[in-house]
Structure formats: C-alpha cells, structure tokens
Write a protein that binds this ligand. Structure first.
Ligand SMILES: [Zn+2]
Length: 561
C-alpha cells in the first residue's frame, strides 16, 4: 500500500468535477432524475481502464417492485483477501421547494452563488459571512450528500489505478454503493443489503466496515464529528374506533377524538419513550399526523380518529416500542373513561335519573389481533377480501394515488368491516419505513482496532490538520447506516409482519440478510450547513482536502490495522 499523499495527489479537482456532474443529475427523490444519477455513477466508472478490464465489478441491482425502476449502483476494486470496506452514499435529493424563485439554479452552483450574493442582506449574519468568505460551495445536494459521494467515487478510482499498477497494494476490497430513495423509504439501501449479501456469498467477502459520508454539523466550528452508529426510527400508528352518536346524545356514543387527544397528550415529547446511551439521548416522539376521519360536517360524532408519531431509538426494538405505546394507550383509555363516567354521573344527577355507568371498556390491541378476530369470525371470506383490498391499495400506492398513511388506515377500516364487536377500541401498529438503530458498541466480536476507529481518526486529524474531531455514538439525522447491522432478525421480522399492515408487499426489509452481513459502521463526511435549504453549502476544504484524507486513512487503518 503506497503512502496516502501519493494516492491522493491532485484529487481535489477530480472531486469537484465529479460533484458538479453529479449535482446536474437533478435526482429528486421519486423522480426520473434518480435514474440519471445512477447512470452518471455507472458511466463514470465504466469509462475508467480498471472497470473496462473488469466490467463485472461494476453494475446495478434493481430495487424490488419499485414504481420508479430504481436500482442501487455499485463499483468495486478487488485487492487481496476477503476483507472488505463498503462505502455508501445516497444520490437522491429532496425537492427544491426552499429555493423559490431560484429553483431553476439549484443544480448550478456557480450561478446560484452569484444570485445568492444579490439577496444576501436577507440572510443571517453567519450566512452572509460564509457567503463572503468564498470557503463554501453552494448548491442542492452538494452537501447532502453528493459531496461525500464524489469523495468516495474519486477515491475508489484512485485505488483502482493503484491496484492496476500493483495488485498486491490493496490488502482487501473496496466497494462503493450509490443508493436512491434515502430521503423517502430507502428502497435503494434495502436493495443494497441484498446486493451485499449476494457479493459476500459469491466472492467470499468479509465485511469489515460500512462507511457513509453524510455531511456532519458542528456545534463548535473548530470541532468535526464522526458517528459510529445511527439512530433508529419508526412510525407507530394509532387508530381509535369510537361509537357514533348524534351530538345531542353525547353519552350514547364514544367520541374517538377525545381518546386520541389523551393518547397524544401522554406521548408527545414523553422522555420515557426516548433512549439514553452514554451521554446521548434520542429526542422524544412527536406526532406527525393526527386527525379524525369524518368526511363532511353533520351533527354526529366522528367514527374514527387516527394518527402516527415519529419515534427515534438508540436501543429499543420495534416490539418494545409498541408495547410501551400500547401501555400508554391503555392508561389514556382508562383515564378518558373515568372522566366521562364522572361527567355522566353529574348529568344523571342533574336530570334526576338513577346513577349508572357508561358501557365502555378499555380495549387496546395490535393490528394482528384485530385481523385474528376478523378471521375467527369470517374465515376464508375475510382472508380473500383482505388480500384483494391490500392488493388494490398497493396498486394505488404504486401509481401514487394514495399514500402509505391513507392506505394504512384504509386497510384497518377494511378489517373493521369483518369485526362484529363494534365497541370502542384502539388498534396500533407500524407504518413504513423502519430504520433499525445501530451502534458499534452493541456489536460483539469485531476487531479491537475497528471498534476504536473513532479514536484512531481523531488522532489522525489532530496530527494531519491540527483539527479536533469528536466521535458520537449515533448519527441523529437518520441515515442508511441503519442497514449496516442487525441482531435478532427473526423477532423483528415477526413484529413487522404482525404490526405493519403493508409489510411484505412493496415495503419489505431483507432482515435475515442484514443480520448475515452485519458490520460496524462509521460516518465520515464533510462539514456542511443548511441541508435541504436554499443556502445548503459544504466547506470546500473539507470536501476536497480533509474528508478524502480521513477516509483514506480509515481504509488504511481497517485493512492494514
Ligand atoms: Zn443525506
């Protein structure tokens, strides 16, 4: 293995060239542009001598049942032995909504910067200073995350050239994966797991580390950040079925809005639903969607009210989170019933009637239990109609005519048609996507050097650039590193099958393969600001000087250390 400086000599220009072309692909998530980014990635590598000689080491792997026909693109350099470092980046970007009038320039960094300077007085002081400094590169996706992608691509090309000169110079293998759909359901990385599983089998690879190059943010401008884990995310839903009554007969019905409100109050921002690991805690849940399902005004209560909350995890499994939510739903149900009964007692007293209690009971169950009840009563008739309805909704989803949220609740509605006991109840479950939490600290049996990669890189950056870096346990921005390892895949698969109505169709996770390819992970990316926004920018020095050197050192540390 040659010295790093030689390998990286003059790489800055290449990184910028790759990046500008990559940005031009306009690969907004769930648009044809994602195919353009895939083509750009593949054309880049296929034009290089190494991949002309080894065309089998570059290609694409389709995401299953993907309505946009997207695929994960990959390129690989084979050195000696089975040890393999996998670099990943996503090449999709969010919409250019925030650019407003400047949207047509979002993918043209130089022109965009000129226009930004004209409206600079509307920016914060920090934004103005950055713009004046000339130290930052502007453009949609330059930071999140085609910048990191370009660094990985340029580096892989350099390694390829080196291996062509001297096949023994690389004591392992390097793969770069470019994945679409990270900003939505991670269809790309889910396919990436299957791709890696296949490469591992075919080539006998041993995966040592997955490196992502998402941008990092800084609290202190002088301190960079590595992450050796990634936060988990799930989207539990709550479907409250009430009992309809005319508003004038309030106590004859059960309004689901009151109960959903109580559930929201118990869970929103509730730190008992947050995880703590070391000195890091996941932000508590917040409700992303919450509404009754009444179609138009009349004087009856809504029949159902639904919502879903975003839950971030550092160590809990989906089963544990759902159990906690069920518990809080039961408490809320008890409290709502107690409150209603108190009011009902007053009402009866004031109207001179004998005391009695409302007929409702607390009832909270997961989606699978609801389906079992329908199946027990209606057997094959239910099974057939459920399959048909799910198929119909899947087709609407594929055509973009419904959303996962609406489709999910429509499917629960459908199951209720086969439920005979229509007393109020809460049904809970999960809506895609699911991102497992990952952390190197929870992985057993990894080489000591790999487990301490953060410290090794901190020492390197201090030595090489006099720059302090710290290592955090979790990347909190949600990333595809969530698909770098998993344990207990069987139990998680069971929870998802039982609780996620749309699991196993268009949305599925190769959980068993993910457990097999499990490897530690790290995020090494350039410093960036204002992702997804008009003033998105990446620090040029990080992009072209520091990040490639840190990445190169990390590879060196893993494969030679
Ligand atoms: Zn990103």
């Amino acid at each position: 293995m040659k010295e790093t400086p030689l390998l990286l000599d003059g790489i800055d220009r290449e990184i910028l060239d790759i990046l500008l072309g990559y940005v031009k692909a306009e690969s907004i998530t769930c648009s044809g542009g994602e195919k353009a980014a895939e083509d750009y990635f593949l054309s880049y590598f296929r034009a290089l001598p190494y991949w002309k000689e080894h065309p089998e080491l570059c290609g694409s792997y389709a995401a299953a049942r993907d309505p946009y026909d997207r695929a994960v693109a990959y390129a690989m350099v084979r050195g000696c032995g089975p040890d393999t470092v996998v670099m990943i980046h996503h090449n999709d970007v969010v919409t250019t909504e925030d650019y407003g009038r400047l949207a047509p320039l979002a993918f043209s960094p130089a022109e965009l910067e000129r226009e930004l300077k004209k409206i600079a007085e509307s920016f914060s002081e920090e934004e103005q200073a950055d713009l004046r400094s000339g130290n930052w590169l502007y453009g949609h996706g330059v930071c999140d995350m085609k910048g990191g992608g370009a660094v990985q691509m340029a580096l892989l090309a350099r390694w390829a050239e080196q291996v062509r000169q001297d096949p023994a110079s690389l004591p392992g293998n390097l793969i770069v994966l470019a994945v679409p759909d990270e900003e939505n359901l991670s269809a790309g990385m889910r396919a990436g797991v299957s791709l890696l599983g296949g490469l591992r089998e075919r080539m006998g690879l041993r995966f040592r580390m997955m490196i992502n190059s998402e941008p990092h943010q800084r609290k202190d401008p002088e301190t960079g950040v590595f992450s050796v884990g990634s936060v988990g995310k799930m989207l539990p839903f709550v479907y409250v079925r009430g009992c309809m009554a005319h508003a004038g007969k309030m106590f004859e019905g059960f309004n689901p809005v009151g109960l959903l409100g109580a559930i929201v109050r118990k869970t929103e921002g509730n730190m008992t639903l947050s995880d703590t690991v070391g000195r890091e805690a996941s932000p508590p849940p917040t409700w992303l969607y919450c509404r009754d399902r009444k179609i138009q005004y009349d004087v009856s209560m809504p029949l159902t009210a639904v919502g879903c909350l975003n839950v971030l995890t550092l160590k809990r499994t989906p089963g544990e989170v759902l159990e906690q939510i069920a518990c809080l739903c039961r408490e809320a149900f008890d409290e709502v019933l107690a409150g209603l009964n108190r009011q009902y007692a007053v009402f009866l007293q004031e109207t001179g009637r004998p005391p009695e209690r409302l007929p409702w009971q607390t009832r909270v169950e997961n989606f699978a239990a609801l389906c079992r009840e329908a199946e027990e009563k209606h057997g094959e008739a239910f099974r057939v109609s459920y399959r048909q309805e799910r198929q119909r909704l899947e087709e609407l989803l594929a055509r973009g005519e419904t959303t996962l949220l609406d489709g999910n609740f429509a499917l629960v509605d459908h199951v209720f048609r086969y439920i005979d006991d229509l007393s109020p109840r809460v049904v809970y479950g999960l809506i895609p996507p699911y991102y497992p939490n990952v952390s190197n600290r929870f992985l057993s049996g990894i080489p000591a050097g790999d487990a301490r990669i953060g410290e090794a890189l901190e020492a390197f950056t201090e030595r090489a650039f006099g720059q302090r870096y710290v290592t955090e346990e979790f990347y909190t921005g949600i990333s595809d590193l969530s698909y770098s390892s998993l344990s207990d895949s069987g139990r998680i698969a069971r929870t998802l099958r039982e609780s996620m109505p749309f699991y196993g169709g268009r949305y599925e996770l190769p959980l068993e393969t993910l457990e097999k390819i499990s490897m530690p992970c790290i995020n090494i990316g350039p410093w960036g600001k204002d992702f997804h926004k008009l003033t998105e920018r990446v620090l040029k020095e990080d992009l072209t000087e520091r990040t490639p050197r840190i990445l190169c050192h990390a590879i060196d540390h893993i494969l030679r250390g």
